[in-house]
Design a protein around this ligand. Structure first.
Ligand code: ATP
Ligand code: MG
Ligand code: FE
Length: 349
């Protein structure tokens, strides 16, 4: 069947259509600009924006796919993790589509969606694969077998901030525009990464090999900036951006490649918003090539939040024979990543 995927966990409203692993069309609307003056996502504003954007985004995705609602055979929706009010809008909309079309509903984990995005670019993932998921709220190294059936094994997670959070927070300190990650990426083009010395957290011989920590890196960058300002000189933003980006890319890619070689796995998958970073992409390519590892990174537009990835994991669940979610499917704003299917019930809370 054609699976309609709906995403609304943060500030992107996304809809996508996937059939048998093939992306037929998708559309994304973002309320990012409405949050810019607050320097971060405002939950109430995000939820209201999802209400306004939902039906038009679904129609736009259908139009791009050359389909109508009558072609939809199943609906998948992000049920968590994310902002509660934002998730509620997507889940309510998905129930409405599923109920009115008489098709099954699937609740999915947002991060499993990020992983499934990689299947839309180059087909099914080898079983097993090592997955580096790097986003605004999460940074983990995972061992993924059958994404639709098997539990996801966490090799390591961040002990504090996510990599995207580190990009965003340091961008603010550097007075770069919101959102910070893409702004650091742009500023870094004209910078010298060697001009500022920043640490490589948890990379000593006695540190946990697959765990991450980014709050110390953020503090080190902040101290350098403050030191400059205290001395009466404005920090050179491109240099600071390049150094931060290099420290994050170096740490992420070194640990990800090590996870592959340690486990004898020859495919690395990199997903999530930070996988859109140009230096993360370039350095992973370089290090994977040197280690004989096949790299799978989704196209840029499939790295940040979108509905295509939700449709992709929904399609995998449907084809694996997984049962649909109950119609009293609820949201789980802090759902841990264990299984791709996420079916919390309203009655359970
Ligand atoms: P999560 O998926 O953990 O719930 P999220 O959905 O908010 O969080 P994503 O949309 O996957 O996160 O990614 C957004 C993050 O990616 C932000 O932190 C953003 O700054 C970062 N990001 C996006 N593009 C780039 C880039 N080119 N360079 C660095 N970071 C980037
Ligand atoms: Mg976003
Ligand atoms: Fe995300």
């Amino acid at each position: 069947p054609v699976v309609l995927g709906i995403e609304s966990s943060c500030d992107e409203t996304g809809a996508g259509l996937v059939r048998d692993g093939v992306l037929l069309g998708h559309a994304v609307a973002s309320s990012m600009e409405e949050h810019a003056r607050y320097g971060g996502v405002v939950p109430e504003i995000a939820a209201r924006a999802h209400v306004q954007a939902m039906a038009p985004v679904v129609q736009e995705a259908l139009g791009r796919a050359g389909l109508t609602l009558a072609d939809v055979g199943a609906v998948a929706v992000t049920a968590g993790p994310g902002l509660s009010g934002a998730l509620q809008v997507g889940v309510a909309a998905a129930k409405g589509y599923a109920y009115s079309l008489g098709v099954p509903l699937y609740g999915v984990h947002h991060l499993a969606g990020h992983v499934a995005a990689a299947t839309l670019d180059g087909g099914p993932l080898p079983n097993p694969s090592v997955v580096l998921i790097v986003s605004g709220g999460h940074t983990s190294l995972l061992l993924v077998r059958d994404l639709a059936r098997d539990p996801i094994v966490h090799l390591g997670d961040t002990l504090d901030d996510a990599a995207g959070e580190c990009f965003d927070k340091v961008a603010r300190i550097l007075h770069l525009p919101y959102p910070g990650g893409p702004a650091v990426d742009r500023a870094a083009r004209d910078g010298d990464p060697a001009a500022v010395r920043l640490p490589r957290p948890l990379s000593g011989p006695n540190d946990p090999p697959y765990a991450f920590s980014f709050s110390g890196l953020k503090t080190a960058a902040a101290r350098w900036v403050e030191g400059r300002r205290a001395a009466g000189t404005e920090p050179h933003v491109p240099d600071a951006a390049a150094a931060l980006q290099e420290a994050i890319a170096d740490t992420l890619t070194r640990k990800a490649v090590r996870a592959c070689t340690d486990h004898g796995i020859d495919t690395l998958v990199v997903v999530g918003g930070v996988a859109a970073n140009s230096r993360v992409r370039a350095l992973t390519e370089q290090r994977c090539a040197a280690a004989g590892i096949t790299l799978r990174v989704p196209a840029l537009g499939l790295c940040t939040d979108n509905g295509a990835m939700v449709a992709a994991i929904g399609d995998l669940l449907v084809r694996s024979g997984a049962g649909p979610a109950p119609m009293d499917l609820s949201v789980d704003p802090s759902a841990p990543l264990e299984y791709a299917a996420l079916t919390p019930r309203a009655t359970a809370r």
